[in-house]
Design a protein around this ligand. Structure first.
Ligand code: GAF
Length: 397
């Protein structure tokens, strides 16, 4: 049966627990405690490294960090979620690509800050997270952003949220070695409760779009297939390289520069079928984000359902980043009366989202559970996605 999980994080309790453990590990109370959320992406997938549009919102699930600054160049890292105690590094010896463990995310942020000329002289950090890892819900961006925000505060760096997100992206791209775009870090840093975030990844324009499904008798379910995905694995990078090749062949800096109205003409100029499919996905996906924004602005929230489902078909058939478990969620949910459904995040496993009327939610959850059992997939975890706030300092408030 489908397991129902994950109450929204009780951040205050989590912050107290993390601060207590920090004190045990490092022998003094932390200077503060910060939190940064995971995200789901409503629409706009694999567009962020093509200069396109995305529309994520933050989840209630968060990474929490208790942190104190140091002046002696030592970086001490520990996590409640990973056994192994405290890991020590020297900030001036951090080396991109040298760390294959979870510590690469916080250490990468320190490295990226130093590379950017921001003076960070060391820190003690204890982390814990309620964002499921490997579920396509940006657990790694949450770790990066929570550490970046803490360091920004503690060292008085005065970074704005967009720059904070770019530093975290640099940590992920260069230090961790995953060639991701800017969506996840921006979502974790910049989202607002009750809103989805429209982001133009080319010029960085952000718009908060009110997104209150509860008021309209609907909800968005996250279905975590528990099939693990990994961005540093080759497939994500191959898609990205294919998109860049497509832009080059079409003579534009990024695929965002191909107007939707000129897509057919652009496709005719491409001989390689694989690249043609990648280009078609990216250009149509940007158009779908714009359509969703228009529908939400017009108050037609139900109308976004079919657009989400269209997006899934494009990711499955053209971009080819879906997985059998994700397709099962979408098919079973729609057959049971969902308004729309799609995979969310990078793909190759991870999570799907399902837009559903409140009175159909139970039927949809049970249909997805049965379909998984029938297909021999391990049971998924299902929880509602409530648009929540971006990163903040929990203590001192
Ligand atoms: C992952 C990446 F981290 C994002 O930058 C984005 O490309 C997404 O996959 C696909 O839309 O979450």
């Amino acid at each position: 049966m489908t397991e129902s999980v994950q109450n929204p994080a009780d951040v205050t309790a989590a912050a107290e627990a993390v601060a207590r453990r920090f004190t045990e590990l490092y022998g003094a109370e932390p200077a503060g405690v910060w939190a940064a959320p995971g995200r789901v992406n409503l629409i706009g997938e694999h567009t962020d490294y093509n200069g396109g549009f995305v529309m994520p919102f933050a989840l209630p699930q968060v990474a929490v960090a208790a942190v104190s600054p140091r002046e002696d160049g030592l970086l001490r890292l520990s996590s409640a979620d990973v056994p192994g105690g405290v890991v020590e590094r020297r900030v001036d010896e951090l080396l991109p690509g040298s760390d294959k463990r979870w510590t690469a995310y916080p250490a990468g942020v320190v490295w990226a800050m130093l590379e950017g000329g921001h003076a960070v002289t060391g820190a003690d950090v204890h982390l814990a997270s309620t964002v499921p890892s490997g579920a396509g819900l940006s657990s790694s961006a949450a770790l990066e952003v929570v550490v970046a925000l803490a360091l920004d505060d503690l060292f008085g760096l005065g970074l704005d949220r967009a720059l904070l997100a770019r530093i975290c992206q640099r940590a992920e791209n260069e230090y961790v070695g995953a060639p991701t775009g800017i969506m996840d870090q921006t979502a974790s840093a910049c989202c607002e409760a009750g809103h989805a975030l429209f982001l133009d990844t080319r010029d960085g324009t952000r718009r908060q779009i009110p997104f209150d499904l509860a008021a309209e008798g609907m909800r968005l379910l996250v279905v975590d297939t528990q099939v693990k995905h990994a961005h540093s694995g080759g497939e994500y990078g191959k898609r990205r390289a294919g998109c860049e090749r497509g832009a080059e062949l079409l003579g534009v800096p990024v695929l965002r520069d191909i107007p939707y109205a000129e897509l057919d003409e652009a496709l005719e100029r491409l001989e390689d079928e694989e690249i043609r499919r990648l280009v078609r996905h990216v250009v149509t996906e940007d158009e779908r984000v714009e359509r969703v924004v228009r529908l939400l602005n017009d108050g037609d929230t139900r109308g976004i359902g079919p657009v989400l489902t269209e997006g899934h078909a494009s990711l499955r058939d053209d971009f080819r980043v879906s997985a059998p478990e994700l397709d099962t969620v979408v098919e079973a949910a729609l057959a049971a009366g969902a308004l729309g459904a799609r995979m969310t995040g990078g793909g190759f496993g991870g999570s799907a989202i399902v837009l559903v009327d409140d009175d159909k939610a139970d039927a949809v959850v049970s249909a997805v559970g049965s379909a998984f059992a029938e297909a021999g997939h391990q049971p998924p975890r299902v929880f509602p996605a409530v648009p929540s706030r971006g990163a903040w300092r929990v203590h001192p408030a």
